[in-house]
Write a protein that binds this ligand. Structure first.
Ligand code: BGC
Length: 442
């Protein structure tokens, strides 16, 4: 048995991530509740329903498991629609749930990382045009002010927006998220307002809590040219890189908001991040395709030879994680991997996926890059947006009908990793022998 192990730096944060609408249950006042009620929007007409029943108190079980398994942090989100009922109408009692949740996390030894917007908008915001309306960033800032005032002594790491670049693509280009548009002009408008919303939120957080760390979580996808030697494949991959991964990041870097031919400046956005939140799941192989202008002249497919998840949603491509980390490093800030994971109900590919991706994170952290934490998606199966309950990302399985949780083997693996702040040959041999040679072989 080799002696070497993959050891992470002291103080590394190990956690899982969740989002309000996906776990709480009973969220009936947001755009996703409306979307779930429209025919044909969600896989098999499924609904979030009770979700993981966190509102009913079952967060105690899930976070209790997380803490017992050695995690020291948890990323969760606060549901905007519960707190702000109209531009000036508040339900202060809605914050009690989050007070209890945050207190509970701390008692369990989990550092709370709070997300202020994870895909859902209050219905009243949705009805006035969502992020296409110039007033939305202003209303969002009010919500942020309200929340930060309450939690500034408890929460130090704030994620303003979850995957704003992914949100724009899903909502206004692919149309699989509400409002289901396929219109680059709307996408650009929403993108600009999301950048404004983030900027206002960032400044408000610092006004109320000068020492807080604030940033946003970016959806990073690997785009690799299918034929490395072919300039047009490289050009198509670069186009996707620029219009997906760099979409939000550029604005924060230099104030320039650019989506294909649209562009504007939001100067106030420059420098509004204290860390980079990197979310990486999968990559594509990209070939130039003249017939697909709407997809930026590209055909995308699963990278050759990569294992693929049961519904074909995720390919196991760790070099995308390596690329994402190296991309994130350009900003010279601490990096948190705020999401990474795979849908895999039978837990066939998750152990190897987890270890392969963590190896890339380890390489970066041990090369002296400022990689500070890793949050697996997710602790327990939850409602997967337009894919309903068809995909299972949990370390624990959930039967939404009975609310019964069942431990997957990956939970054992992740627990050992968290507890030992790294992974050892003996652990891998026992829990993921399929990847042992790859990680420890000569
Ligand atoms: C989102 C999560 C989602 C996960 C898996 C991420 O893009 O932030 O809300 O559940 O992907 O689909």
């Amino acid at each position: 048995m080799p002696e070497s192990s993959y050891q992470f730096p002291d103080g590394f944060l190990w956690g899982t991530a969740t989002a309000a609408h996906q776990v709480e249950g009973g969220n009936s006042n947001n755009n996703w509740a409306a979307w779930e009620n429209e025919a044909g929007r969600i896989h098999n007409g499924e609904k979030s329903g009770l979700a993981c029943d966190w509102r009913g108190g079952r967060w105690r079980e899930d976070l209790g498991n997380a803490a017992r398994d050695g995690q020291n942090a948890h990323r969760f989100s606060i549901e905007w629609s519960r707190v702000q009922l109209s531009p000036d109408g508040w339900d202060d009692s809605a914050l009690d749930f989050y007070r209890e949740l945050v207190k509970g996390m701390k008692a369990l030894g989990l550092q709370p990382v709070a997300t202020l917007h994870h895909f859902t908008d209050p219905l009243w915001i949705y009805e006035m045009g969502g992020w296409e309306n110039d007033k939305t960033p202003v209303y969002f800032e009010k919500f942020v002010r309200k929340v930060v005032k309450v939690f500034k002594d408890e929460v130090n790491l704030w994620v303003t927006l979850n995957e704003p670049n992914g949100l724009v693509v899903n909502s206004y280009v692919d149309g699989c998220f509400p409002p289901g548009k396929k219109d680059f002009r709307s996408a650009f408008k929403a993108l600009t307002n999301l950048i404004r919303g983030h900027t206002l939120a960032y400044h408000t957080i610092h006004e109320l809590q000068p020492n807080a760390m604030a940033g946003y979580a970016l959806y990073y996808r690997g785009f690799f040219p299918k034929r490395e030697w072919f300039p047009l494949d490289r050009w198509a991959a670069r186009g996707l890189q620029g219009n997906v991964n760099d979409l939000f990041a550029n604005a924060i870097h230099n104030g320039r908001v650019k989506l294909i031919l649209f562009n504007t400046m939001v100067k106030e956005a420059i420098g509004t991040q204290d860390f980079v939140g990197l979310q990486y799941y999968s990559s594509d192989e990209v070939a130039f395709n003249l017939l697909k202008p709407g997809e930026l002249f590209s055909s995308r497919q699963c990278p050759h030879g990569a294992p693929v998840s049961p519904t074909g949603f995720i390919a196991d491509v760790p070099r995308g994680m390596a690329q994402g980390l190296s991309w994130a490093r350009q900003f010279g800030l601490p990096i948190y991997v705020t999401e990474n994971g795979v849908e895999d109900a039978e837990d066939q590919m998750r152990p190897a996926y987890l270890l392969r991706h963590l190896r890339e994170v380890w390489k970066a952290a041990n090369a002296g890059w400022q990689v500070k934490g890793y949050f697996h998606w997710s602790q327990v199966d939850n409602f997967e947006w337009e894919r309903g309950w068809s995909q299972r990302f949990g370390l624990w399985a959930l039967d939404p009908a009975t609310q019964l949780r069942t431990r997957r083997k990956s939970a054992d693996l992740y627990a050992e990793i968290c507890k030992r702040n790294g992974f050892h040959p003996e652990t891998v041999q026992r829990l993921a022998p399929e990847v042992f040679n790859e990680l420890f072989g000569a």
